[in-house]
Ligand binder design. Sequence first.
Ligand code: FAD
Ligand code: UDP
Length: 367
Amino acid sequence: MFDYLIVGAGFAGAVCAERLASRGRSVVVCDRRPHVGGNAYDHYDSAGILVHEYGPHIFHTDNRRVFDYLSMFTRWRSYEHHVLADVGGKLLPFPINIDTVNKLYGLSLDENSIGRYFSEHAEPCEHAKTSEQAVVGKIGRDLYEKFFRNYTKKQWGLDPSELDASVAARVPARMSHDDRYFGDAIQAMPAQGYTHMFDRMLDHPNIWVVLGVDDRLLRREVCYRKMIYTGPVDGFFDHRYGPLPYRSIQFSFETHASDKFQPEAVVNYPNEHEYTRITEFKYVTGQLHPKTTVVYEYPTSDGDPYYPVPRPQNADVYRKYKALADGTPDVHFVGRLATYRYYNMDQVVGQALALVDQLEGTKAKAA
Ligand code: FAD
Ligand code: UDP
């Protein structure tokens, strides 16, 4: 008899397992995939290059508790992520900053004039509800059309006018020369990769890991008191209120017999190409190798669920599943798919730490 069955060995499941095991609970963790790490899983490809199987995962957070917690299982390599956007035949810094605007339009704006430039071009919108309103309301229609509209249509299969403002608002417009992708205080990569970190988290005498097994099979085989579920919430309830939409991606890897393929870690393609972005892993991992591997991302509506789709009608359906989840006291739902939230890794770790605090009656520090 286990204290907990945890479904999913990604961040949500692994953090809950480790925290509960460290408090003396016995835990069985299962994942239908043949590996731990969830979407953050990384491994060495046939050329010997460390790649992220489910697309580039860059760790960044303002949450010191989350960082300190993960630091128990990994050393870090300091890393600030840089992205270029392929617009009008030029590779321009993205998120949009002073240099992006100057290089695109041949201007010489500076910190004093960029704010005025944006506000002269913006179409003000007091309470932006959609991603279109959020971007056009801040930086104007031309930059929106060039950098956001088509990328978003490819990524989500929806026009930005059909998506919550929060989606495009993840990417700031900068009134400075700062060309980092993220603004968080802590930006770093696990020195030996994510999978290594997960292996260390789950290496505990109170944790039993079962891979390549769907929870429905395991539920018949093992006895447990409570369950923590990190898979898609609608699947757990047999899609009683219909399927929640998720966006998937098809990843296409290529290895090239050269040291470098592109000038930065990621190049975004807000243009006619079918893929949204190309990532070159060696920039992200810091690995030295005579060859290099890149991944192209082709968004699709079929396939593994990767992204919840933030828009009002989906939030309405999720609310119904949330009510069912709240009425199922011995099952706790945590993580990006189980709570249908467009969460980054650090937010999922924070959510999982908070859940265990609640389950164990320990007081949550600021999460
Ligand atoms: P997951 O990682 O999805 O883990 C859930 C696990 O549950 C999966 O392994 C699944 O196989 C398993 N599972 C589901 N149902 C069942 C079942 N019935 N039985 C058994 N097992 C089951 N975040 C960042 O912070 N920085 C980034 O740069 C970043 N880049 C990303 C890029 C892409 C392309 C994607 C898709 C996501 C990215 N993220 C990034 C987000 C990050 O992947 C998530 O925040 C995080 O991995 C979520 O962890 P999780 O445990 O909630 O879910
Ligand atoms: N986005 C865009 N153009 C870009 C990059 C991002 O329009 O070049 C929009 C797009 O809608 C995307 C969202 O901003 O889904 C959030 O971008 P982020 O890089 O955070 O996406 P993720 O890494 O989660 O896929």
